[in-house]
Design a protein. Structure first.
Length: 207
């Protein structure tokens, strides 16, 4: 089944009619329930995101979408899958076909991004990384974890004010453990995936 969904600038789902009234919005296209393409539409610029399947050729898509159409696109090629999670390699290509940035991304079975990192074009080493923790079926993460280029945790953000930190105040591991002692929403020892930027791809079905 193929379908598409519309989102406003706050990533809230809206109707097609509501999108027609906006200058800036996103369209997500799904193929057989999996995310295939995203169009980021604004009056000033266009950025597309595309997930290639095994039958598609990256260079052909760059030629078609970037060089011929004169647009900027972020292309994803699948590296591996495990426990319902998929690790993708991505390249950000400008309208001349030149690479601007590259990195890796992990999506879960619900097409939610749980990991993303940028990779230095020269050294091919990770520059920084982000992991996201979702509660149940939520489409918005409740915790965001930021890591440095040594894979170490830099800070954590309480995005939905679950721990009473207003959503934007950064905390370290020790603060999260102390704050969670009375809430129990994220027992640190039960979530080793978030202790470091590696592994990128989860090693169990529960993270």
């Amino acid at each position: 089944m193929n379908y598409k969904k519309y989102y406003n600038g706050y990533f809230e789902e809206i109707t097609e009619q509501e999108a027609d009234q906006l200058d800036e919005f996103y369209i997500k296209y799904f193929l057989d329930g999996k995310l295939k393409k995203i169009e980021d539409i604004t009056p000033k610029y266009f950025i597309g995101t595309y997930y290639l399947d095994d039958t598609e050729n990256l260079q052909s898509k760059i030629q078609e979408f970037c060089v011929q159409a004169g647009q900027r696109w972020i292309f994803h090629t699948k590296e591996s899958s495990s426990f319902g999670y998929t690790l993708w390699n991505w390249v950000d290509i400008d309208n001349t076909g030149a690479i601007i940035f590259k990195g890796k991304r992990v999506l879960d079975i619900k097409n939610r991004e749980i990991f993303n990192c940028s990779i230095d074009l020269s050294s091919n080493k990770m520059r920084r990384a982000t992991k996201r923790y979702f509660k149940g079926e939520d489409t918005e993460s409740i915790l965001i974890f930021e890591y440095n280029n040594q894979n170490n945790l830099s800070y954590i953000l309480d995005r939905k004010d679950t721990w009473g930190l207003g959503g934007g105040w950064p905390m370290d591991k020790e603060e999260l453990i102390i704050m969670d002692a009375r809430i129990g929403a994220f027992p640190w020892d039960q979530h080793p995936y978030f202790h470091s930027a590696v592994p990128f791809l989860p090693e169990s079905d529960i993270i």
